[in-house]
Design a binder for this molecule. Structure first.
Ligand code: UDP
Ligand code: MG
Length: 308
């Protein structure tokens, strides 16, 4: 018999939590196996803490961790992961935008032998065109500039096998985007598709500022591409300026008039800027290596072993 842990971050979710509990418990009970629900109250300012205390008092399967202030959804996932004792962990939102019945499909896939089951959004109701467009751009951008195999239109609603949870917890970095780390650790992955409904109550907590911060946590720890740009630009500019110099010298030697002394300023400035950018780019190579050392990710992750 397996045990499942639901990890649910909650920030100002007093209206949604009772609905979440009533919807999820019968479904999870229908699986006929053991489960726990770990709610991480991310510094809520409404009645979330009291609601969770009430649920925990009447149901021992409800476990609650209250943050001292708002640390963000990603930190809440991390806390839930470190408290979870299940063989499989399902991360889901408190507002029922991650339909609980999809969690049952995830469990089926897990039993078929998949280690990560992504919830892939087919349609997203109640979200502005701006949010859908920026989310879609973000996934495409991430796939381009990182080496991560992050499936498009997949958020944090996923099932993780215990070994994936342990692998994610072994990544010591501070700035983290769980869905990017799940892609980094590898393992056998699949997706289940669903139509994302509107929030059951309340409003989204993701302002544009928070979304940009989230995107940064995905991009910068997983790609040194921005750091490589000055070297590329510096080498191009230096090359172009040198070509320009050669052309000017040939023109000057053949006695062609082409703008006098001021014309030489352009390749001279270009060359100086190109050299500075190239030197900056070279330092960035070291910076990128230092970052990777500081990040100190495991050199490899073993999925399983034979005869060892
Ligand atoms: N959340 C959180 N801390 C935050 C913001 C959000 O724990 O600082 C939780 C929130 O309570 C919900 C989940 O993260 O359970 C997703 O948040 P929300 O529904 O606001 O985001 P959206 O679905 O609009 O992207
Ligand atoms: Mg939501």
């Amino acid at each position: 018999m397996s045990k499942y842990s639901l990890v649910v971050p909650a920030y100002n979710e007093e209206k949604t939590l009772p609905l979440f509990y009533d919807a999820v418990v019968p479904l999870m009970e229908s699986v006929g196996e053991e489960f726990e629900m770990i709610f991480v109250n991310d510094g809520s300012r409404d009645g979330t803490k009291e609601i969770l205390r009430g649920l925990a008092e009447k149901d021992a399967r409800v476990k609650v961790c209250n943050f001292s202030r708002n640390f963000g959804q990603q930190a809440a996932f991390l806390c839930g992961f470190s408290e979870a004792t299940g063989d499989a962990v399902i991360a889901m939102d408190a507002d029922l935008q991650d339909p609980p019945e999809v969690a049952l499909e995830m469990i089926k896939k897990w039993k078929e032998g998949y280690d990560i089951v992504h919830g892939k959004r087919r349609k997203r109701k109640g979200e502005t065109l701006f949010k859908r467009a920026t989310a879609s751009l973000f996934y495409r951008f991430m796939r381009k500039i990182t080496s991560l195999d992050m499936p498009a239109d997949v958020g944090d609603f996923k099932l993780y096998d215990r070994k994936v949870v342990d692998a994610v917890l072994s990544l010591g970095e501070h700035d983290r985007l769980l869905r990017a780390q799940a892609a980094w650790v590898g393992f056998k992955q699949t997706t289940v598709e669903f139509d994302r409904p509107e929030r059951v109550a309340g409003e989204t907590h993701y302002t544009l500022k928070k979304m940009i911060r989230l995107a940064e946590s995905g991009v910068f720890p997983n790609s040194d591409y921005p750091l490589t740009l000055p070297l590329k630009a510096g080498l191009c500019l230096t090359g172009l300026s040198l070509v320009c110099f050669v052309v000017f010298i040939v023109l000057a030697c053949s006695g062609v008039a082409f703008g006098g002394l001021t014309a030489w300023l352009f390749p001279a400035l270009g060359l100086a800027t190109g050299i500075v950018l190239t030197c900056h780019g070279l330092s960035n190579i070291y910076l990128s290596m230092i970052y990777s050392e500081v990040q100190n990710r495991p050199k490899y992750i073993v999925a399983d072993k034979f005869n060892l």
